[in-house]
Ligand binder design. Sequence first.
Ligand code: HEM
Length: 129
Amino acid sequence: MGYFFIKHIHMTAAGLSLALFSLRAWWSVRESPQLQRRWVKILPHLIDTVLLAAGVTLMFMLRAWPTQHPWLAAKLVGLVAYIVIGTLAIKRGKTSSIRAVASLVAIAIFLYIVGAALSHHPWSWWMRF
Ligand code: HEM
């Protein structure tokens, strides 16, 4: 499989991941029963696994390691933060307002990761200013 094919899978999975997270976060804030649907509990994890596996594959194909490339390290740290705050948004947040704030923070972190990927720099979108 070629590099650009896997990169395409990685980017598509990133888009789907953000879309599904936003939908689940919205349902979580509204306390919608939709959140309990079977596909809603399975599909996002499947897509996130593809996103991570494709990212790690690209890293090996490029032989670029987080210890040498701060933007990769920033992506990994960002991913952990996104997961921790994401579970606060969807599961662990006790009130709707906590879940709403956590959702916005998680989406902001996700966008930071996309910026770090595009600019190849931990300053992410701020590289452009
Ligand atoms: C929420 C998590 C992630 C998001 C949203 C994300 C997003 C993206 C995007 C949009 C690109 C395309 C950048 C471009 O057009 O040049 C990309 C590339 C890439 N990502 Fe990710 N990524 C994520 C996680 C990861 C992880 C965990 C790794 C590694 C362990 C990783 C490794 C890479 C690599 C190596 C590239 C290729 C860069 C290039 O070809 O220039 N990504 N990522």
